[in-house]
Design a protein around this ligand. Structure first.
Ligand SMILES: Nc1nc2c(c(=O)[nH]1)N[C@H]1C(S)=C(S)[C@@H](COP(=O)(O)OP(=O)(O)OC[C@H]3O[C@@H](n4cnc5c(=O)[nH]c(N)nc54)[C@H](O)[C@@H]3O)O[C@H]1N2
Ligand SMILES: Nc1nc2c(c(=O)[nH]1)N[C@H]1C(S)=C(S)[C@@H](COP(=O)(O)OP(=O)(O)OC[C@H]3O[C@@H](n4cnc5c(=O)[nH]c(N)nc54)[C@H](O)[C@@H]3O)O[C@H]1N2
Ligand code: SF4
Ligand SMILES: [Mo]
Length: 863
């Protein structure tokens, strides 16, 4: 069996994978030792990709409404509805909402269709929610959206600064590289309001006040100036500096003022400033804590200002480094898939428009930037967008104020969704669903955070009627009437066109250029090995501005409003280590569920105490936009007044944890990126009468209906954690038919039910009001046993208790103390109940008299 070299499906680190197909839909995954991004390593998500390539939940045929349709019918309908809508209401009445999870070739075709042929720039992407502030910051400073750094810079740095980045969880392989460099002596500083696992391992953690990054960076720049750490030569030769720049940087930038604004100990701040000023080889990595802010672009420029003014750019080990989230966020930037860019690093200037139109031989070309994601969904809600095509993203979950986004989707006359999964929270609103090829079935290229372009290769044949995204889009383009412009037969043809456009009339004004590659033959494309474009940008101090100089941008700290009376807390949102976004894929992998099985709201102990919320209890998080329920984790890793929730849970997986409902639809004024990290909120404890869990082979016939029900995948089935106030008897509707064993303890409100089929456990429902619940692990393991253990209702193996007392039941190795405890705790009334709960006495039966005696003694004891 030959290993196929491909790229991980998940994050922007872009790890290379060697995949060995072992069966029809089975694959063995290893890190590719030859890939420069990971040199053979993989994180938990990459390692378990093999658990996600099955066909469960896949969309495998086109659907019109609830009916299967042929590709011809579905594509004709999409083409007709878009054409008709444009004819009636103009090109700006339609929109595409796409994704950094498309391959470059997919992205290129979608962008070409919208901007060059439909003639609108209403194509935006989930990257708007992700790194558009970085794009805007780079463009303001460098004249072009170029990430100058590479991973090798980490290997050469003496100081690594992580701003708003939980790298250990979100870019784990980059993080391992950082750790390796720290082991060799480099220092690590983490700037994040939360004490994340990344922060725990740092030499210095600065838990700043959310949204105070500009003050921190301006303070740093002022400090460097005082300390003589600026690069005067670089400033003079390569930077343009606004007249009042230094004056404005100095405002409020003394150590004490900054410490107050950022709510940090001045001594820690000074330590960071001194370290930074003294360490020329510094790499500053930043991600969502910086980008996802109402001042995101200013925060990016505050970081870039420091690196530019100290000359720490374009040099080994000295770089600002915007790390990207999605596997192909960078490819999307290269094709120009944002509403605010045209194509191939060109904007909407008249000569660029003419050039791109000429190159595409297009009938028209978008005149101006289109609607950015938040505006786009607002326009949808207001009826200005009348046909929307969503590809490879789940906006009903991931957009801010997702409740309004859902209303807008519901009101839109024509919604098309291309996805790999049949039922997502977004596809619930689709008039047409198109089955896309998934990772493992697709061919094309992706660009990772450090500009390395890698091939993603198909491992399996296309299942059912699934088709690659580029194919779907070009078919619609052809059916809309543009046959020759969308005559692609394979991704390699699109790739060559993309490369030609990048180099077209490009005299060096655009750094993004792949000229040599436009002549790559199909075989060469198939054999392509990872390469980084652009060499070392800015190494010569030349930038992509008309005068070749980078620009320092005057940025000032916005006032941070104090807590509002009705909304006294600040809600921060983000990611868990082992889940990916809306969990459509990681949710399939049981091993990835173990890290965090439920959506938690993390809260500081003082806030918890004040609000009466307790560890392990439930709590509502409410904002003016909506509310959702979470399991509480009390932790000093949170700052006081701030709470954190994860973004991963959806309607498919949970009755709570719906973080998308909570953030405001407010955006950074320059980039249009939403401020996901700071939402005024409040928290309230919720008491429930009972709690419990449901373990099932496979999925429930009916979803458990109660206040709290969250699902995770387990080997051979699913686990639902439950809590509620109503009658738990309702939950039995979720149980499959089968042989039922049951134990009830009315005093504690405990009910334990196991359902067996041919001796095998197929479901277990345990509910209690005041009793204990066993750990789920053992019962989950029982799903895989051909013959279930007789102790199912005890929820544990016979006889594993620490102090079991003298063995009473020899067959199952059950001690006296275990039995007595079970009689008490579970109010077991007879020998049969003991057997049901523990298994004791259910085999040879010799101990049944002893059991009866113990029961009698307990009854006397209790009386
Ligand atoms: N496991 C996992 N990995 C992923 C993803 C995933 O879903 N799961 N998604 C990928 C994607 S698309 C992305 S964009 C990346 C995101 O990767 P990250 O940006 O690392 O992830 P987040 O958890 O969104 O946020 C990062 C940190 O910003 C901090 N923060 C909040 N407010 C502020 C502030 O005002 N200032 C500063 N300095 N920090 C602040 C938060 O506390 C949080 O710890 O992860 C990628 N990798
Ligand atoms: N509150 C809050 N919200 C956030 C964030 C936050 O930090 N806080 N982060 C934001 C960020 S940075 C991001 S990137 C977004 C991510 O948010 P989304 O993009 O909505 O998240 P995903 O779950 O990755 O959605 C991808 C969808 O594409 C499907 N898919 C996978 N592969 C393919 C393919 O090849 N073709 C097609 N057609 N479909 C495919 C998947 O099944 C899934 O339904 O969330 C944003 N929302
Ligand atoms: S670090 Fe990112 S790219 Fe690498 S294996 Fe993990 S999820 Fe995949
Ligand atoms: Mo992202």
């Amino acid at each position: 069996m030959n290993a196929i070299r491909t790229t991980c499906a998940y994050c922007g680190v872009g790890c290379g994978i060697r995949a060995t197909v072992t069966d029809e839909r089975a694959v063995q995954i290893e890190g590719d030792p030859d890939h420069p991004a990971n040199r053979g390593r993989l994180c938990s998500k990459g390692t378990h990709l093999g658990e996600t390539v099955g066909l469960e939940g896949r969309l495998l045929t086109p659907m019109i409404g609830k009916r299967r349709a042929s590709w011809d019918k579905a594509l004709d309908l999409v083409a007709k509805r878009f054409r008709d809508t444009i004819a009636q209401h103009g090109p700006d009445s339609v929109a595409f909402y796409v994704s950094g999870q498309l391959l470059t070739e997919d992205y290129y075709v979608a962008n070409k269709l919208m901007k060059g042929f439909i003639g609108s720039a209403n194509i935006d992407t989930n990257s708007r929610l992700c790194m558009s502030s970085a794009v805007a910051g780079h463009t303001r400073a460098f004249g072009e959206d170029v990430v100058p750094a590479s991973y090798e810079d980490i290997d050469a740095a003496d100081l690594i600064v992580l701003v708003g980045s939980n790298t250990a969880w979100c870019h784990p392989i980059v993080y391992q590289r950082i750790r390796a460099r720290c082991d060799a002596g480099a220092k690590l500083v983490v700037i994040d309001p939360r004490r994340t696992e990344t922060a725990e391992e740092a030499d210095l953690h600065l838990p700043l006040r959310p949204g105070s990054d500009v003050a921190l960076m301006n303070g740093l720049l002022a400090w460097c100036r005082e300390a003589g750490a600026l690069d005067a030569g670089f400033l003079a030769d390569h930077l343009s500096v606004p007249a009042d720049f230094w004056e404005r940087v100095g405002e409020g930038s003394d150590l004490w003022s900054v410490a107050r604004t950022c709510d940090l100990p001045p001594a820690d701040l000074r330590r960071f400033y001194e370290l930074f000023a003294a360490t020329p080889r510094t790499v500053t990595l930043f991600s969502q804590g910086v980008n996802q802010s109402l001042s995101g672009t200013d925060q990016v420029n505050a970081i870039l200002n420091v690196h530019l003014a100290t000359g720490r750019i374009g040099k080994p080990g000295a770089q600002p480094f915007s790390i990207t989230g999605q596997p192909n966020a960078m490819g999307g930037r290269e094709v120009g898939g944002l509403a605010s860019t045209l194509a191939a690093h060109m904007d909407f200037a008249p000569d660029n428009r003419a050039r791109v139109q000429r190159f595409w031989a297009a009938p028209t070309i978008a005149e101006q930037p289109g609607l950015k994601a938040v505006e786009l969904f607002r326009a949808l809600g207001e009826g200005r967008i009348k046909a929307l095509w969503v590809m490879a993203t789940n906006p009903a979950v991931s957009m801010p104020d997702a409740g309004r986004v859902r209303e807008a989707l519901a009101a839109c006359p024509f919604v098309v969704v291309s996805d790999v999964i049949a039922d997502t929270d977004t596809s619930a609103y689709a008039h047409v669903r198109l089955p896309a090829a998934a990772w493992g079935e697709k061919d094309g290229t992706v660009t990772n955070s450090d500009r390395t372009i890698s091939r993603q290769r198909a491992l399996f044949p296309l299942p059912g009627e699934a088709r690659p995204d580029w194919w779907i889009v070009k078919e619609v383009g052809r059916r809309m009437g543009w046959k020759t412009a969308f005559a692609y037969d394979r991704p390699a043809e699109i790739w060559r066109e993309h490369c030609r456009l990048s180099a077209y009339e490009n005299d060096g004004a655009r750094l993004f250029a792949l000229p040599g590659l436009s002549s790559a033959g199909n075989a060469e494309y198939d054999a392509m090995t990872p390469f980084r474009w652009g060499g070392t940008p800015f190494a010569d101090g030349r930038f992509s501005t008309p005068d070749g100089r980078a620009r320092l941008v005057t940025v000032t700290q916005k006032a941070i409003s104090g807590p509002l009376a009705a909304w006294p807390l600040t809600l921060n949102t983000g990611r868990y280590r082992d889940q990916w976004h809306s969990m459509t894929r990681t949710g399939l992998a049981p091993k990835l569920a173990r890290h965090r099985e439920e959506p938690l709201v993390e809260v500081h102990p003082d806030d918890a105490a004040g609000l009466g919320v307790i560890e392990g209890g439930l709590a509502w998080v409410a904002t003016p936009q909506g509310d959702s329920l979470y399991r509480v984790r009390v932790t000093p890793a949170q700052r006081r007044g701030e709470i954190f929730t994860p973004i991963h849970w959806t309607d498919r997986t949970s009755s709570g944890g719906r973080t998308g409902l909570l953030p405001r639809p407010l955006v950074d004024p320059v980039s249009g990126q939403p401020g996901f990290k700071q939402t005024p909120a409040r928290l309230a404890a919720v008491a429930t009468r009972w709690r419990g869990f449901l373990i099932l082979a496979g999925e429930p016939v009916r979803r458990p209906s109660c206040l709290w029900a969250t699902r995770v995948a387990v080997p051979a089935g699913s686990l639902w954690e439950l809590a509620g106030d109503g009658d738990p008897v309702k939950l039995e509707a979720s149980l499959p038919a089968g042989e039922r064993v049951e134990a009830i303890d009315a005093a504690r409100g405990t009910r334990r039910i196991a359902i067996l089929s041919g001796g095998r456990l197929i479901a277990a429902l345990f509910v209690t009001e005041s009793g204990e619940l066993p750990s789920r692990d053992w019962l989950i393991g029982q799903l895989a046993e051909a013959e279930a253990a007789p102790t199912l209702l005890a929820g544990r193996a016979p006889g594993v208790q620490a102090d079991r007392g003298a063995i009473v039941c020899a067959c199952f190795d059950i001690g006296m103390r275990t039995i007595v405890a079970a009689i008490r705790d579970q109010r077991l009334a007879d020998v049969a109940a003991i057997g049901a709960a523990l298994g004791a006495g259910t085999n040879c039966g010799s101990c049944r008299p002893a059991l009866a005696r113990l029961l009698a003694e307990e009854t006397i004891h209790a009386a």
